[in-house]
Write a protein that binds this ligand. Structure first.
Ligand code: TRP
Ligand code: ZN
Length: 472
């Protein structure tokens, strides 16, 4: 329909004036017909810690990105085309996008209005979208992508390096390089195509499908066929040494190492196949179709990140423990993804516990010794500042209670149910929620059902309780 329906007119009148008895009656009648008029989708998904992240009214199935980056000018040109399904009748919907300039936008192949306010980009399609309908939307954009500063003062989004850049997105940075439904609850598959000056590499998630050079520029086309959360998407651009191989069980490995880091990283990178195979024994089948690691330049980020398929680890952060941690995230975080950011302890507890287990199995300290080391910390230590499942604000989601005390929760479960049941739980959890989303409630319920134990006290004390638990 090209002309506004009567329903539209009523809505407009209602906004302009106090409704008369007559308009109120018409509104009531409209409601009775179960009116098909669309409403704008919400500007957030209701995440308590990040109210503006994600958007309501649709669910993305696939992102197709075409990016062109000029490192000398730090200039990015991009087009995102997404395939999504409307979850309500939609007159408009939002994408999360920070910085750069938006050119044109289309929905269903027709030009759509695009409006920006803060980090919200609102698209108003020419034709309303019906609940359940699949649609395509595309947005083209360009500019200098932003580096974002998180509430905990770390940097994410687009991080420039000497000869290129890294894109890192936990928790919100992906909106600095492509418009998206930027919340872990909406996972999708991806095609990421990146064009860079000849001689540089562009590395991303999934598998490299093609590489072609024309007019001094090379295009790398990456495909991610397993669902991925926006915060796990990455692009790494620069000079890199590339190696391709396979783990003993045949999983393709693609590693990219900053040439300046080659010497310092070789021993750790060589351990990747062994770590991954060890994790398969502990956590169950590897959830993705390829693995690897990107060893990024010294100081390029303040942290490592479990970007899907292949974590990005700045060389000054790289050691066996960190690689074990980031690879464990492939099961816990990347495949089984939190429903909301407050559930992030589900990621970090398992990844930290993987470090403890690796050490226990390889002649280092036992997991119990790691636990004891944490437990002996005084009652006013940071580790007891808040319960793992209840970070008080966005500024605290990467604090010790989420990581170390989270790992202590996992250890307490192991002690309560015994090793056999523990490994059944760990593998069953990864299997049941593979490529999906899960919450803390889903987890505690699962552990109790699978083990047959009532663990109320454990949850109350270790997961939700304030302060240092009275006994280990
Ligand atoms: N998830 C990363 C890790 O444990 C750490 C991290 C990087 C992080 N950026 C973050 C955690 C932002 C919370 C928020 O390896
Ligand atoms: Zn982690």
């Amino acid at each position: 329909m090209d002309h506004p329906s009567p329903i539209h007119r009523i809505r407009r009148i209602r906004r302009l004036a106090i409704p008369s008895a007559a308009t109120a009656l018409v509104l009531a009648l409209t409601a009775c017909t179960g009116g098909v008029e669309g409403k704008p989708g919400a500007a957030g998904v209701g995440d308590k810690l990040f109210p503006k992240l994600g958007n309501g009214g649709y669910d993305v199935e696939h992102y197709s990105l075409a990016l062109d980056y000029d490192p000398a000018r730090n200039h990015l040109t991009g087009t995102v085309t997404l395939t999504a399904r409307a979850t309500q009748n939609l007159s408009a919907f939002n994408l999360d996008f920070a910085g750069m300039d938006v050119g044109s936008a289309t929905v269903g192949g027709k030009r759509a209005d695009a409006n920006r306010a803060g980090d919200e980009l609102t698209l108003r399609p020419a034709d309303e979208l019906k609940k359940g309908a699949e649609f395509n939307a595309s947005v083209s954009y360009s500019g200098t992508p932003k580096t974002l500063t998180d509430q905990d003062d770390s940097h994410e989004g687009w991080l420039r390096t000497a000869d290129g850049a890294l894109a890192l997105g936990e928790p919100s940075g992906s909106m600095a390089w492509f418009p998206s439904n930027n919340h872990p609850s909406d996972k999708a598959t991806y095609d990421i195509k990146v064009t860079v000056p000849q001689g540089l590499r562009a590395i991303s998630n999934g598998e490299l499908k093609s590489m072609s050079t024309a007019n001094g520029r090379t295009t790398f086309a990456w495909h991610t066929g397993e669902p991925m959360a926006t915060y796990l998407a990455t692009v790494v651009i620069g000079k890199y040494d590339i190696k391709e191989s396979k783990t003993p069980s045949g999983i393709p490995i693609y590693t990219a190492v900053d040439p300046a880091a080659a010497k310092d990283s070789a021993d750790v990178v060589a351990k990747l196949p062994e770590i991954l195979e060890w994790e398969k024994v502990n956590f169950g089948p590897y959830p993705f179709s390829s693995t690897g690691v990107v060893v990024a330049p010294k100081g390029s980020a303040e942290y490592a990140l479990e970007t899907q398929n292949r974590p990005v680890i700045p060389v000054d952060q790289l050691d066996v423990s960190t690689l074990t941690h980031e690879l464990a995230h492939q099961w816990f975080g990347d495949s089984v993804t939190p429903k909301k950011w407050g559930d992030m302890w589900l990621n970090e507890s398992f990844a930290t516990y993987a470090e403890w287990l690796w050490s226990e199995d390889h002649g280092g300290e036992s997991a119990q010794a790691h636990f004891d080391e944490q437990y002996k910390k005084g009652a006013d230590d940071n580790i007891w500042a808040f319960p793992p499942a209840a970070p008080p604000s966005a500024a605290h989601i990467s604090d010790e209670p989420v990581y170390q005390r989270g790992a202590m929760v996992i250890h307490q479960i192991r002690k309560a149910v015994g090793d056999d049941a523990f490994y059944d739980i760990v593998q069953g959890w990864a299997k049941d929620h593979r490529h999906a989303n899960a919450s803390t409630d889903d987890f505690t319920r699962y552990v109790e059902e699978k083990s047959g134990h009532d663990l109320t006290d454990l949850w109350d004390t270790w997961l939700y309780g304030d302060g240092k638990p009275k006994s280990p």
